[in-house]
Design a binder for this molecule. Structure first.
Ligand code: AMP
Ligand code: MG
Length: 497
Protein backbone atom coordinates (compact mmCIF):
# COMPACT_ATOMS: atom_id res chain seq x y z
CA UNK A 1 0.00 0.00 0.00
CA UNK A 2 1.23 3.50 -0.82
CA UNK A 3 1.07 6.33 1.71
CA UNK A 4 2.16 9.93 1.70
CA UNK A 5 5.73 10.06 3.04
CA UNK A 6 5.68 10.78 6.77
CA UNK A 7 7.54 10.54 10.06
CA UNK A 8 7.41 7.59 12.44
CA UNK A 9 8.85 7.44 15.93
CA UNK A 10 8.93 3.77 16.68
CA UNK A 11 12.10 3.89 18.80
CA UNK A 12 10.32 6.15 21.26
CA UNK A 13 7.49 3.66 21.33
CA UNK A 14 9.98 1.05 22.56
CA UNK A 15 8.74 1.53 26.12
CA UNK A 16 11.93 0.68 28.03
CA UNK A 17 14.66 3.17 28.79
CA UNK A 18 15.92 3.33 25.23
CA UNK A 19 15.54 6.94 24.16
CA UNK A 20 15.44 10.38 25.73
CA UNK A 21 13.82 13.47 24.30
CA UNK A 22 16.38 16.10 23.38
CA UNK A 23 16.60 19.40 21.54
CA UNK A 24 19.35 20.24 19.03
CA UNK A 25 21.42 23.23 20.18
CA UNK A 26 20.84 26.37 18.09
CA UNK A 27 23.79 27.28 15.87
CA UNK A 28 24.95 30.89 15.67
CA UNK A 29 25.33 31.43 11.94
CA UNK A 30 24.52 28.28 9.97
CA UNK A 31 25.32 27.91 6.27
CA UNK A 32 25.11 25.04 3.81
CA UNK A 33 28.35 23.21 3.06
CA UNK A 34 26.80 20.45 0.94
CA UNK A 35 23.47 19.06 -0.11
CA UNK A 36 22.59 15.68 -1.62
CA UNK A 37 19.66 16.26 -3.95
CA UNK A 38 19.74 12.71 -5.39
CA UNK A 39 19.32 11.19 -1.95
CA UNK A 40 16.54 13.66 -1.13
CA UNK A 41 14.71 12.43 -4.23
CA UNK A 42 15.40 8.80 -3.36
CA UNK A 43 13.81 9.11 0.06
CA UNK A 44 10.98 11.36 -1.18
CA UNK A 45 12.10 14.23 1.03
CA UNK A 46 9.64 17.16 0.76
CA UNK A 47 10.63 20.03 -1.56
CA UNK A 48 10.15 22.62 1.15
CA UNK A 49 12.89 20.92 3.20
CA UNK A 50 15.46 20.70 0.37
CA UNK A 51 18.34 23.12 0.81
CA UNK A 52 15.82 25.73 1.93
CA UNK A 53 16.04 28.21 4.77
CA UNK A 54 13.48 26.10 6.57
CA UNK A 55 15.74 23.05 6.38
CA UNK A 56 18.85 25.02 7.27
CA UNK A 57 17.11 26.32 10.40
CA UNK A 58 15.83 22.88 11.38
CA UNK A 59 19.18 21.14 10.84
CA UNK A 60 20.94 23.76 12.94
CA UNK A 61 18.60 23.78 15.94
CA UNK A 62 16.96 27.08 15.02
CA UNK A 63 13.67 25.66 13.83
CA UNK A 64 11.67 22.47 13.54
CA UNK A 65 10.58 20.13 10.79
CA UNK A 66 6.92 19.45 11.22
CA UNK A 67 6.42 16.00 12.66
CA UNK A 68 10.02 15.46 13.78
CA UNK A 69 10.54 14.50 17.46
CA UNK A 70 14.21 14.81 18.38
CA UNK A 71 15.57 12.03 20.60
CA UNK A 72 18.80 10.30 21.57
CA UNK A 73 19.31 6.59 22.21
CA UNK A 74 21.37 4.65 24.70
CA UNK A 75 23.87 1.93 23.79
CA UNK A 76 26.97 0.29 25.19
CA UNK A 77 29.97 -1.19 23.43
CA UNK A 78 33.46 -2.64 23.40
CA UNK A 79 35.87 0.16 22.51
CA UNK A 80 39.26 -1.26 21.47
CA UNK A 81 38.26 -4.45 23.26
CA UNK A 82 37.29 -2.78 26.54
CA UNK A 83 33.66 -2.92 27.59
CA UNK A 84 32.04 0.46 28.22
CA UNK A 85 28.67 -0.13 29.91
CA UNK A 86 27.10 3.11 28.80
CA UNK A 87 27.68 5.08 25.65
CA UNK A 88 24.82 6.40 23.53
CA UNK A 89 24.07 9.20 21.11
CA UNK A 90 26.36 11.71 22.74
CA UNK A 91 26.60 14.00 19.75
CA UNK A 92 23.73 12.78 17.61
CA UNK A 93 20.05 13.60 17.61
CA UNK A 94 17.49 11.46 15.80
CA UNK A 95 14.75 13.53 14.18
CA UNK A 96 12.68 10.45 13.49
CA UNK A 97 12.22 7.71 10.92
CA UNK A 98 11.32 9.22 7.60
CA UNK A 99 8.94 6.81 5.89
CA UNK A 100 8.70 6.67 2.11
CA UNK A 101 5.44 6.01 0.26
CA UNK A 102 6.47 2.34 -0.12
CA UNK A 103 6.87 2.13 3.70
CA UNK A 104 10.71 1.95 3.54
CA UNK A 105 12.05 3.72 6.65
CA UNK A 106 15.13 5.92 7.06
CA UNK A 107 16.52 7.23 10.32
CA UNK A 108 17.32 10.93 9.93
CA UNK A 109 19.98 11.98 12.40
CA UNK A 110 21.81 15.23 13.08
CA UNK A 111 25.39 14.52 14.12
CA UNK A 112 27.13 17.33 15.96
CA UNK A 113 23.94 19.04 17.16
CA UNK A 114 24.96 19.46 20.78
CA UNK A 115 24.69 17.70 24.12
CA UNK A 116 22.31 14.89 25.01
CA UNK A 117 21.89 12.87 28.23
CA UNK A 118 24.54 10.50 26.77
CA UNK A 119 27.24 13.09 26.12
CA UNK A 120 29.26 12.02 29.18
CA UNK A 121 30.88 15.42 29.54
CA UNK A 122 31.52 15.86 25.80
CA UNK A 123 30.24 18.95 24.01
CA UNK A 124 28.06 16.98 21.58
CA UNK A 125 29.55 18.88 18.69
CA UNK A 126 31.63 18.13 15.67
CA UNK A 127 34.29 20.13 13.84
CA UNK A 128 34.00 20.73 10.08
CA UNK A 129 36.70 18.12 9.33
CA UNK A 130 34.85 14.98 10.47
CA UNK A 131 31.61 16.21 8.88
CA UNK A 132 33.27 16.74 5.49
CA UNK A 133 35.01 13.36 5.77
CA UNK A 134 31.78 11.53 6.58
CA UNK A 135 29.80 13.37 3.91
CA UNK A 136 32.33 12.50 1.20
CA UNK A 137 33.28 9.01 2.34
CA UNK A 138 29.81 7.68 3.06
CA UNK A 139 28.49 8.87 -0.31
CA UNK A 140 31.56 7.57 -2.16
CA UNK A 141 31.13 4.19 -0.45
CA UNK A 142 27.50 4.09 -1.52
CA UNK A 143 28.44 4.69 -5.13
CA UNK A 144 31.15 2.03 -4.88
CA UNK A 145 28.31 -0.32 -3.98
CA UNK A 146 29.18 -0.77 -0.31
CA UNK A 147 26.26 -0.83 2.17
CA UNK A 148 26.56 2.34 4.23
CA UNK A 149 24.79 5.12 6.05
CA UNK A 150 24.26 8.10 3.74
CA UNK A 151 24.61 11.87 3.98
CA UNK A 152 21.74 14.20 3.08
CA UNK A 153 23.41 17.47 3.94
CA UNK A 154 26.25 19.18 5.75
CA UNK A 155 26.06 22.51 7.53
CA UNK A 156 28.68 24.77 9.04
CA UNK A 157 27.30 26.11 12.33
CA UNK A 158 29.33 29.31 12.56
CA UNK A 159 30.26 28.23 16.10
CA UNK A 160 33.67 27.27 17.33
CA UNK A 161 34.37 23.90 18.87
CA UNK A 162 37.41 23.27 20.98
CA UNK A 163 39.55 20.25 20.16
CA UNK A 164 43.34 20.58 20.07
CA UNK A 165 42.64 24.05 18.82
CA UNK A 166 39.55 26.17 18.21
CA UNK A 167 37.95 24.75 15.09
CA UNK A 168 34.85 25.69 13.08
CA UNK A 169 31.84 23.53 13.96
CA UNK A 170 29.49 21.60 11.68
CA UNK A 171 26.53 19.24 11.58
CA UNK A 172 25.94 16.34 9.21
CA UNK A 173 22.48 15.02 8.36
CA UNK A 174 22.91 11.26 8.37
CA UNK A 175 20.47 8.81 6.81
CA UNK A 176 20.49 5.16 7.86
CA UNK A 177 18.35 2.04 7.58
CA UNK A 178 18.49 2.29 11.35
CA UNK A 179 21.00 3.21 14.03
CA UNK A 180 20.58 -0.09 15.90
CA UNK A 181 24.07 -1.15 16.89
CA UNK A 182 25.60 -4.31 18.30
CA UNK A 183 26.06 -2.03 21.32
CA UNK A 184 22.30 -1.41 21.54
CA UNK A 185 21.78 -5.13 22.12
CA UNK A 186 24.79 -5.22 24.47
CA UNK A 187 23.31 -2.47 26.64
CA UNK A 188 20.18 -4.45 27.46
CA UNK A 189 21.95 -7.81 27.71
CA UNK A 190 24.59 -6.50 30.09
CA UNK A 191 22.16 -4.55 32.28
CA UNK A 192 20.19 -7.82 32.52
CA UNK A 193 17.07 -6.07 31.33
CA UNK A 194 15.49 -9.18 29.82
CA UNK A 195 12.27 -7.48 28.76
CA UNK A 196 14.14 -4.59 27.17
CA UNK A 197 16.37 -7.04 25.33
CA UNK A 198 13.44 -9.09 24.08
CA UNK A 199 11.63 -6.00 22.89
CA UNK A 200 14.68 -4.67 21.04
CA UNK A 201 15.44 -8.03 19.42
CA UNK A 202 11.93 -8.36 18.05
CA UNK A 203 11.98 -4.77 16.88
CA UNK A 204 15.35 -5.13 15.11
CA UNK A 205 14.43 -8.45 13.47
CA UNK A 206 11.14 -7.05 12.22
CA UNK A 207 12.67 -3.82 11.04
CA UNK A 208 15.58 -5.32 9.10
CA UNK A 209 14.72 -8.91 8.30
CA UNK A 210 10.96 -8.97 7.80
CA UNK A 211 11.34 -10.92 4.56
CA UNK A 212 13.41 -13.65 6.21
CA UNK A 213 11.01 -13.84 9.18
CA UNK A 214 8.15 -14.31 6.74
CA UNK A 215 10.00 -16.92 4.66
CA UNK A 216 10.89 -18.90 7.79
CA UNK A 217 7.56 -18.31 9.45
CA UNK A 218 9.52 -17.06 12.46
CA UNK A 219 6.97 -15.73 14.93
CA UNK A 220 8.40 -16.57 18.36
CA UNK A 221 11.03 -14.50 20.14
CA UNK A 222 13.51 -17.38 19.84
CA UNK A 223 12.96 -17.73 16.11
CA UNK A 224 13.30 -13.97 15.58
CA UNK A 225 16.50 -13.89 17.61
CA UNK A 226 17.93 -16.68 15.45
CA UNK A 227 17.12 -14.77 12.28
CA UNK A 228 18.56 -11.55 13.70
CA UNK A 229 21.82 -13.24 14.64
CA UNK A 230 22.34 -15.26 11.49
CA UNK A 231 21.33 -12.52 9.07
CA UNK A 232 23.41 -9.88 10.84
CA UNK A 233 26.50 -12.09 10.95
CA UNK A 234 26.12 -12.84 7.23
CA UNK A 235 25.79 -9.16 6.38
CA UNK A 236 28.80 -8.16 8.44
CA UNK A 237 30.91 -10.94 6.89
CA UNK A 238 29.98 -9.72 3.44
CA UNK A 239 30.49 -6.07 4.39
CA UNK A 240 34.01 -6.64 5.71
CA UNK A 241 34.86 -8.68 2.58
CA UNK A 242 33.78 -5.69 0.50
CA UNK A 243 35.97 -3.35 2.57
CA UNK A 244 38.96 -5.68 2.17
CA UNK A 245 38.53 -5.89 -1.58
CA UNK A 246 38.72 -2.09 -1.85
CA UNK A 247 41.45 -1.51 0.73
CA UNK A 248 39.10 0.40 3.05
CA UNK A 249 40.37 0.69 6.61
CA UNK A 250 37.43 1.53 8.88
CA UNK A 251 39.70 2.37 11.77
CA UNK A 252 37.31 2.12 14.71
CA UNK A 253 35.45 -1.19 14.56
CA UNK A 254 34.18 -0.91 18.12
CA UNK A 255 30.98 -2.89 18.72
CA UNK A 256 29.04 0.38 19.08
CA UNK A 257 30.10 1.20 15.51
CA UNK A 258 28.65 -1.98 14.02
CA UNK A 259 25.07 -1.77 12.79
CA UNK A 260 22.62 -4.68 12.89
CA UNK A 261 21.54 -3.62 9.40
CA UNK A 262 25.05 -4.36 8.09
CA UNK A 263 25.63 -0.81 6.84
CA UNK A 264 29.02 0.83 7.31
CA UNK A 265 28.80 3.51 10.02
CA UNK A 266 31.20 5.91 11.71
CA UNK A 267 33.57 7.54 9.27
CA UNK A 268 35.82 8.86 12.02
CA UNK A 269 39.42 7.89 11.31
CA UNK A 270 38.83 5.75 8.21
CA UNK A 271 40.91 5.81 5.03
CA UNK A 272 41.56 3.87 1.84
CA UNK A 273 45.05 2.53 1.20
CA UNK A 274 46.86 4.08 -1.72
CA UNK A 275 50.09 2.05 -2.07
CA UNK A 276 49.15 -1.37 -0.78
CA UNK A 277 50.09 -2.35 2.73
CA UNK A 278 48.50 -5.41 4.28
CA UNK A 279 48.84 -3.94 7.76
CA UNK A 280 47.83 -0.37 6.95
CA UNK A 281 46.73 1.71 9.97
CA UNK A 282 45.71 5.37 9.72
CA UNK A 283 43.91 6.16 12.95
CA UNK A 284 46.05 8.24 15.28
CA UNK A 285 44.52 6.51 18.31
CA UNK A 286 44.94 2.92 17.06
CA UNK A 287 48.44 2.63 18.47
CA UNK A 288 48.50 -1.19 18.51
CA UNK A 289 46.97 -1.60 15.08
CA UNK A 290 43.96 -3.49 16.42
CA UNK A 291 41.93 -2.20 13.48
CA UNK A 292 44.62 -2.45 10.77
CA UNK A 293 43.53 -3.55 7.32
CA UNK A 294 44.56 -7.19 7.71
CA UNK A 295 42.84 -7.49 11.08
CA UNK A 296 39.38 -6.36 10.00
CA UNK A 297 38.00 -9.84 9.20
CA UNK A 298 39.17 -11.18 12.57
CA UNK A 299 37.66 -8.21 14.38
CA UNK A 300 34.41 -8.70 12.46
CA UNK A 301 34.39 -12.27 13.73
CA UNK A 302 35.13 -11.15 17.29
CA UNK A 303 32.43 -8.48 17.22
CA UNK A 304 29.80 -10.90 15.94
CA UNK A 305 30.72 -13.34 18.72
CA UNK A 306 30.07 -10.55 21.24
CA UNK A 307 26.68 -10.01 19.62
CA UNK A 308 25.94 -13.73 19.79
CA UNK A 309 26.81 -13.94 23.48
CA UNK A 310 24.43 -11.05 24.19
CA UNK A 311 21.60 -12.86 22.44
CA UNK A 312 21.93 -16.12 24.39
CA UNK A 313 19.11 -15.29 26.81
CA UNK A 314 16.63 -14.82 23.98
CA UNK A 315 17.88 -17.57 21.64
CA UNK A 316 16.66 -20.38 23.86
CA UNK A 317 15.49 -20.74 27.45
CA UNK A 318 17.81 -23.75 27.73
CA UNK A 319 21.29 -22.34 27.98
CA UNK A 320 23.11 -25.27 26.39
CA UNK A 321 20.88 -25.08 23.34
CA UNK A 322 21.30 -21.33 23.07
CA UNK A 323 25.09 -21.68 23.28
CA UNK A 324 25.16 -24.48 20.69
CA UNK A 325 23.11 -22.43 18.25
CA UNK A 326 25.11 -19.23 18.76
CA UNK A 327 28.36 -21.16 18.35
CA UNK A 328 27.16 -22.78 15.15
CA UNK A 329 26.42 -19.37 13.62
CA UNK A 330 29.65 -17.75 14.74
CA UNK A 331 31.65 -20.71 13.42
CA UNK A 332 30.27 -19.92 9.96
CA UNK A 333 31.68 -16.40 9.91
CA UNK A 334 35.02 -17.39 8.35
CA UNK A 335 33.28 -19.31 5.58
CA UNK A 336 30.77 -16.54 4.87
CA UNK A 337 33.56 -13.99 4.88
CA UNK A 338 35.85 -16.06 2.66
CA UNK A 339 33.12 -16.88 0.17
CA UNK A 340 32.17 -13.22 -0.14
CA UNK A 341 35.80 -12.16 -0.47
CA UNK A 342 36.60 -14.78 -3.11
CA UNK A 343 33.59 -13.75 -5.17
CA UNK A 344 34.79 -10.16 -5.15
CA UNK A 345 38.38 -11.08 -6.00
CA UNK A 346 37.29 -13.36 -8.84
CA UNK A 347 35.40 -10.42 -10.35
CA UNK A 348 38.35 -8.08 -9.81
CA UNK A 349 40.78 -10.46 -11.51
CA UNK A 350 38.41 -11.35 -14.33
CA UNK A 351 38.03 -14.99 -13.31
CA UNK A 352 34.93 -17.09 -14.00
CA UNK A 353 35.01 -18.35 -10.43
CA UNK A 354 37.50 -18.51 -7.59
CA UNK A 355 39.31 -21.83 -7.82
CA UNK A 356 41.58 -23.23 -5.07
CA UNK A 357 44.74 -22.32 -6.99
CA UNK A 358 43.56 -18.71 -7.25
CA UNK A 359 44.43 -18.05 -3.63
CA UNK A 360 48.10 -18.26 -4.52
CA UNK A 361 47.64 -16.19 -7.65
CA UNK A 362 45.97 -13.39 -5.71
CA UNK A 363 48.30 -13.59 -2.69
CA UNK A 364 51.28 -13.24 -5.00
CA UNK A 365 49.67 -10.24 -6.67
CA UNK A 366 49.29 -8.50 -3.30
CA UNK A 367 52.79 -9.47 -2.21
CA UNK A 368 54.20 -7.84 -5.33
CA UNK A 369 52.13 -4.68 -4.82
CA UNK A 370 53.36 -4.36 -1.26
CA UNK A 371 57.00 -5.10 -2.06
CA UNK A 372 57.07 -2.75 -5.04
CA UNK A 373 54.98 -0.05 -3.32
CA UNK A 374 52.26 -0.06 -5.97
CA UNK A 375 48.83 1.50 -5.68
CA UNK A 376 46.10 -1.07 -4.96
CA UNK A 377 43.27 0.64 -6.83
CA UNK A 378 45.35 1.54 -9.88
CA UNK A 379 46.89 -1.93 -10.04
CA UNK A 380 43.48 -3.60 -10.31
CA UNK A 381 42.35 -1.00 -12.83
CA UNK A 382 45.53 -1.45 -14.85
CA UNK A 383 44.78 -5.19 -14.97
CA UNK A 384 41.26 -4.37 -16.10
CA UNK A 385 42.62 -2.50 -19.11
CA UNK A 386 45.05 -5.33 -19.82
CA UNK A 387 42.07 -7.69 -19.95
CA UNK A 388 40.07 -5.25 -22.08
CA UNK A 389 43.10 -4.80 -24.29
CA UNK A 390 42.64 -1.03 -24.27
CA UNK A 391 45.54 -0.02 -22.03
CA UNK A 392 46.67 2.54 -24.61
CA UNK A 393 43.29 4.22 -24.89
CA UNK A 394 42.86 5.27 -21.27
CA UNK A 395 44.87 7.55 -19.02
CA UNK A 396 45.93 4.52 -16.94
CA UNK A 397 49.28 4.33 -18.71
CA UNK A 398 50.20 7.79 -17.42
CA UNK A 399 49.08 7.00 -13.90
CA UNK A 400 50.43 3.54 -13.25
CA UNK A 401 53.79 1.97 -13.99
CA UNK A 402 53.82 -1.76 -13.31
CA UNK A 403 56.94 -3.25 -11.79
CA UNK A 404 58.85 -5.99 -13.59
CA UNK A 405 57.56 -8.57 -11.15
CA UNK A 406 54.00 -7.47 -11.74
CA UNK A 407 54.44 -7.75 -15.50
CA UNK A 408 55.88 -11.21 -15.00
CA UNK A 409 52.95 -12.15 -12.75
CA UNK A 410 50.50 -11.27 -15.49
CA UNK A 411 51.76 -14.30 -17.42
CA UNK A 412 50.27 -16.67 -14.84
CA UNK A 413 47.19 -14.46 -14.59
CA UNK A 414 46.68 -14.67 -18.38
CA UNK A 415 47.15 -18.44 -18.27
CA UNK A 416 44.51 -18.67 -15.59
CA UNK A 417 42.11 -16.46 -17.53
CA UNK A 418 42.69 -18.63 -20.59
CA UNK A 419 40.98 -21.55 -18.84
CA UNK A 420 37.96 -19.50 -17.77
CA UNK A 421 34.71 -21.14 -18.74
CA UNK A 422 32.62 -18.95 -21.00
CA UNK A 423 33.16 -15.60 -22.61
CA UNK A 424 36.27 -13.66 -21.57
CA UNK A 425 34.94 -10.42 -22.96
CA UNK A 426 32.26 -10.75 -20.31
CA UNK A 427 34.70 -11.31 -17.43
CA UNK A 428 36.73 -8.34 -18.68
CA UNK A 429 33.63 -6.15 -18.76
CA UNK A 430 32.82 -7.26 -15.24
CA UNK A 431 36.30 -6.18 -14.14
CA UNK A 432 35.41 -2.66 -15.20
CA UNK A 433 32.50 -2.70 -12.72
CA UNK A 434 34.58 -4.32 -9.95
CA UNK A 435 37.69 -2.14 -10.14
CA UNK A 436 37.07 1.56 -9.58
CA UNK A 437 39.07 4.28 -11.32
CA UNK A 438 38.68 6.58 -8.34
CA UNK A 439 38.29 6.04 -4.62
CA UNK A 440 38.01 8.80 -2.00
CA UNK A 441 41.72 9.21 -1.53
CA UNK A 442 42.81 10.64 1.77
CA UNK A 443 44.86 13.53 0.40
CA UNK A 444 41.87 14.73 -1.64
CA UNK A 445 39.60 14.47 1.39
CA UNK A 446 42.17 16.37 3.47
CA UNK A 447 42.36 19.08 0.84
CA UNK A 448 38.54 19.44 0.71
CA UNK A 449 38.51 19.67 4.51
CA UNK A 450 41.20 22.35 4.54
CA UNK A 451 39.22 24.54 2.16
CA UNK A 452 35.89 23.89 3.91
CA UNK A 453 37.44 25.09 7.17
CA UNK A 454 37.79 28.49 5.54
CA UNK A 455 34.30 28.32 4.05
CA UNK A 456 35.34 27.37 0.54
CA UNK A 457 33.22 24.38 -0.47
CA UNK A 458 34.22 24.01 -4.13
CA UNK A 459 36.51 21.02 -3.61
CA UNK A 460 33.94 19.36 -1.38
CA UNK A 461 31.32 19.72 -4.13
CA UNK A 462 33.70 18.58 -6.87
CA UNK A 463 34.77 15.49 -4.94
CA UNK A 464 31.18 14.66 -4.01
CA UNK A 465 30.25 14.75 -7.70
CA UNK A 466 33.32 12.93 -9.03
CA UNK A 467 32.96 10.03 -6.57
CA UNK A 468 29.43 9.35 -7.71
CA UNK A 469 30.82 7.57 -10.79
CA UNK A 470 33.81 5.65 -9.52
CA UNK A 471 33.92 3.04 -12.28
CA UNK A 472 34.19 5.41 -15.26
CA UNK A 473 37.01 7.59 -16.54
CA UNK A 474 36.38 11.32 -16.55
CA UNK A 475 38.26 14.13 -18.22
CA UNK A 476 40.56 15.39 -15.49
CA UNK A 477 41.21 12.05 -13.87
CA UNK A 478 44.92 12.68 -13.69
CA UNK A 479 43.90 14.64 -10.59
CA UNK A 480 41.25 12.27 -9.17
CA UNK A 481 42.77 8.89 -9.91
CA UNK A 482 46.47 9.44 -9.28
CA UNK A 483 48.16 7.95 -6.26
CA UNK A 484 49.56 10.68 -3.98
CA UNK A 485 53.29 11.24 -3.94
CA UNK A 486 55.73 12.63 -1.40
CA UNK A 487 54.29 15.27 0.89
CA UNK A 488 50.80 14.80 -0.56
CA UNK A 489 50.50 11.52 1.31
CA UNK A 490 48.33 11.51 4.41
CA UNK A 491 49.34 8.76 6.78
CA UNK A 492 47.38 9.73 9.91
CA UNK A 493 43.66 10.38 10.45
CA UNK A 494 41.86 11.74 13.51
CA UNK A 495 38.30 11.03 14.56
CA UNK A 496 37.72 14.55 15.89
CA UNK A 497 35.68 13.26 18.81
P1 AMP B 1 32.83 7.24 18.43
O1 AMP B 1 34.24 7.02 18.81
O2 AMP B 1 32.63 8.33 17.45
O3 AMP B 1 32.18 5.98 17.99
O4 AMP B 1 32.07 7.73 19.74
C1 AMP B 1 32.05 6.95 20.91
C2 AMP B 1 31.09 7.53 21.91
O5 AMP B 1 31.50 8.84 22.31
C3 AMP B 1 29.67 7.69 21.41
O6 AMP B 1 28.79 7.40 22.47
C4 AMP B 1 29.59 9.13 21.03
O7 AMP B 1 28.28 9.63 21.08
C5 AMP B 1 30.46 9.78 22.08
N1 AMP B 1 31.03 11.05 21.63
C6 AMP B 1 31.95 11.22 20.68
N2 AMP B 1 32.25 12.52 20.52
C7 AMP B 1 31.48 13.20 21.39
C8 AMP B 1 31.31 14.58 21.72
N3 AMP B 1 32.01 15.53 21.10
N4 AMP B 1 30.42 14.90 22.68
C9 AMP B 1 29.72 13.95 23.30
N5 AMP B 1 29.84 12.64 23.05
C10 AMP B 1 30.70 12.26 22.11
MG1 MG C 1 30.45 5.88 16.91
Amino acid sequence: MMHTPHWQHSYQALGRAYTATVAPEPATAPEWMAWNEALATEIEWPDMWRKTDLALAAFSGRGELEGAKPSASVYAGHQFGQYNPQLGDGRAVLLGEWTRSDAERFDIQLKGAGQTPYSRGGDGKSPVGPVVREFLLSEAMHHLGVPTTRALGAIATGDRVYRNDMEPGAVIVRVAKSHLRFGSIQYFAMTRDGDGLAELVEYAAERHFADILAAKDATTLEAKAEVLLEATVKRIASLVAHWQSLGFVHGVMNTDNMLLSGETIDYGPCAFVDTYQADAVFSAIDSHGRYRLSNQPGIGHWNTSVLASCLLKVLNSQEDKAVAYAQSVIDEFPRWYTDAFKTRIAAKLGLDSFRPEDTELHDTFLTILERDALDLTLAYRWLTHQALDDANHTPIGDLFTPSEDLIEWTASWRQRRAVNKGDNQETADLMRRANPVVIPRNHLVASAIGDAESQDYDKLEAAFIRWQQPFDWHDNDALWAATPTGSERVTRTFCGT
